[in-house]
Design a protein around this ligand. Structure first.
Ligand SMILES: [Zn+2]
Ligand SMILES: [Zn+2]
Length: 661
């Protein structure tokens, strides 16, 4: 060893255990260069004893190190943080007098919050982005300085960066005040940063402008936030932009508005959806489906109220285990009533209304029950997260020896629904309790194990793949959740199914056995279609608003070419309306565009409304008893006899199949 003997040295240990010795004050860049020119080029920052460190920062003590390159998982966050700085540089260059505040890396990108009197407009973004590319291309070197706190505060106040001065004042006393320079632009920052601006690369894009508040507090000054995204390379960036475009195209809130499906009103309240006529069609069709399928599976329908006395929730233990998800009670004649968060206790009360013999079981009570649960206003999102919802609920009361078969039937019902709707990307998660956490779960380890076994053997019998998760069970029993992935990758917990062995104790749910004695009842809670609200949100994304005939609010639109065929158009509508359809509501949902618009405009309107069929009618069609059929995809099926079309649409409505496009 040569240099090490004369000057003080440091020994750095690489991830593979190999140790290298350097003069004290060696930098990450020098270490990378000593290993190889390829690594020197690829290196972004260095990790020193687990802490990310600028490549140009001296290393003064022995350490374990790791050189982070573009390929490493940390690279994205680093690229985005550097991009945020360059965004701030570009903005201050183009709009002097703008104050910078904070600019972190976030999931999929970065933002920077600015204080500026004039609002940014979308037209500013390309200009700012072009300036950013200039700065990246100039490959300005980065430098880090540590300043005395008071001096730093004074400096930032002097140059008019009051937010930065405030940030420095709030840095804990034992932390350094580090200032990063890119060329001669500088910013208060914890770091680390790349050695130069060129390392960011060119796979970035500014995406949007939004309002923000200083320190996220609405009582503080309003700031302007510019969002951007940055990736390792163009391919990653393109894939991201495509994903975002598809998400926006399928966003259930946007489609719900465009297609007049549902709305919200500040006077009604956040999280309380108002279903418009067209959205109500979807709701009703789903309910018809559930009613029919459940009837076939031996369910009976019941109806229960939405408010309930406190005593029931004491007995059900909801007030012990679930109170924070419930709304405050309503005082009625001196007694507390709650909005119901779940339908179970009510269904149990119906079971309890009389005695049941072993011969009657299983009993299956179903209701699309309306429930209310507390969701923080910040968590509300369209129909996905709401405060009031209708659940595809049912409770199956059975003997222990029936529980497995009943559970299998419930699982198969899910599979039928999902197959019908072309939902392929889903899996089941079996949740068992973490019995060590007693306060979370009813403390009956033997029964838990027994119920867990029943569910597990049912799942095995179905042959459906499932994963197991500990500690996620409902407080009264193990459960199986159906996790669905939408086309754009959002994961929805749509349906929850529980095996409840405690209801017999909390509610005294029993049956009279063959021996004349009382025996405990097992309850299966299930909701394959989740709530109308969440399931509809999912379906809107799933179909991108282009519903199959059975769900489409308008199933066909008649487009008469001239007034002379209005009477025939009306006749076509009536013929289709009067078709007997086995499933769903009576009368196909057909409308007529009587407007004076040009035909092309009428067709485009129908396509934007995602109506499955357009029936164009001219004099020739009227004379021949035909309709010229077009699909919403634009495909022209040409004229066909009305009875042929009627048979086709009827078949699609009844079989609940997708429209071939
Ligand atoms: Zn920074
Ligand atoms: Zn239940």
């Amino acid at each position: 060893m040569s240099a090490a003997t004369a000057a003080p040295s440091v020994s750095v240990t690489l991830p593979d255990g190999k140790a290298l010795t350097f003069a004290r004050g060696v930098t990450g860049a020098e270490i990378a260069a000593s290993i190889g020119p390829g690594l020197a080029r690829a290196a972004l920052v260095i990790e020193v004893d687990g802490k990310e460190w600028d490549l140009f920062r001296p290393i003064a003590h022995d350490a374990r190190i790791r050189i982070i390159t573009r390929k490493d998982p940390e690279a994205l966050e680093l690229i985005r943080h550097d991009a945020a700085h360059v965004l701030a540089m570009a903005v201050q260059d183009l709009y002097p007098g703008t104050q910078v505040t904070i600019g972190p890396a976030i999931e999929d990108g970065f933002y920077y919050d600015f204080a500026r009197d004039v609002p940014f407009t979308p037209e500013d973004l390309p200009k700012i982005e072009a300036k950013m590319r200039e700065i990246v291309k100039a490959d300005l070197p980065t430098r880090r300085e540590v300043w005395p706190r008071e001096e730093a505060v004074r400096h930032f106040e002097e140059i008019g960066e009051h937010y930065k001065a405030e940030l420095i004042r709030s840095i804990p006393a034992d932390e350094e005040v580090s200032i990063y320079f890119h060329g001669d632009w500088h910013d208060l920052c914890r770091g680390p940063h790349f050695a130069s601006t060129g390392k960011i690369g060119d796979a970035f894009k500014l995406t949007k402008i939004a309002g923000a508040y200083w320190r996220g507090d609405a009582s503080n000054a309003q700031l302007q936030r510019i969002y951007g995204t940055a990736w390792r390379d163009q391919k990653e960036l393109d894939a991201y932009l495509l994903r975002i475009a598809e998400q926006e195209r399928r966003d259930h809130r946007r489609i719900g508005k465009d297609l007049d499906l549902f709305t919200f009103s500040p006077e009604v309240g956040a999280g309380l959806p108002l279903w418009m006529p067209k959205g109500t069609v979807i709701r009703q069709e789903l309910e018809f489906l559930a009613v029919n399928e459940e009837r076939r599976d031996g369910y009976e329908r019941i109806v229960t109220p939405e408010i309930t006395k406190e005593a029931l929730y004491v007995r059900s233990r909801h007030l012990a285990y679930y109170k924070e998800d419930m709304y405050a009670p309503i005082d009625i004649e001196g007694e507390n009533y709650y909005l119901k968060p779940m339908n179970c206790p009510h269904h149990h009360m119906i079971y309890l209304a009389r005695r049941h013999s072993y011969r009657e079981l299983p009993i299956r009570y179903a209701e699309y029950g309306h429930c209310y649960r507390y969701e923080a206003s910040g968590g509300l999102s369209g129909l996905m997260r709401v405060r009031g919802f209708s659940q595809n609920d049912a409770h199956i009361y059975c003997r222990q020896d029936q529980a497995k078969d009943e559970f299998v039937r419930v699982m198969r019902l899910h599979a039928r629904y999902y197959e019908m709707m072309g939902i392929k990307d889903y899996y089941m998660r079996l949740s068992l309790p973490d019995l060590a956490k007693k306060h979370n779960f009813v403390d009956e380890p033997e029964k838990w194990r027994g119920a867990g076994e029943i569910i597990r053997s049912a799942m095995k019998e179905t042959g459906y793949p499932f994963v197991e998760a500990e500690g996620e069970a409902a407080f009264y029993g193990p459960k199986v959740d159906f996790m669905i992935k939408s086309v754009i990758g959002t994961e929805y917990a749509i349906s929850t199914n529980q095996l409840d062995f405690m209801a017999t104790e909390t509610f005294g749910l029993k049956y009279i056995g063959e021996d004349g004695a009382e025996h405990p009842v097992y309850v299966i809670h299930r909701a394959p279609l989740g709530s109308h609200e969440r399931f509809t949100a999912f379906l809107i994304e799933h179909y991108a608003g282009a519903f199959p005939v059975w769900l489409a609010p308008v199933q066909a639109r008649i487009v008469p070419i001239s007034e002379r065929v209005h009477e025939y158009a009306e006749r076509v509508r009536r013929t289709l309306f009067e078709l007997p359809v086995v499933n769903g509501t009576t009368g196909l949902r057909i409308d007529i565009d009587f407007s004076n618009e040009r035909m092309q405009k009428k067709i485009r309107d129908a396509q934007l409304q995602k109506i499955p069929y357009m029936l164009v009618i001219g004099e020739r069609e009227a004379q021949e008893g035909k309709v010229a059929v077009r699909l919403r995809s634009g495909k022209d099926l040409g004229p066909m006899p009305l009875d042929h079309f009627a048979a086709r649409i009827r078949q699609e409505a009844e079989s609940r199949t997708d429209v071939p496009e």
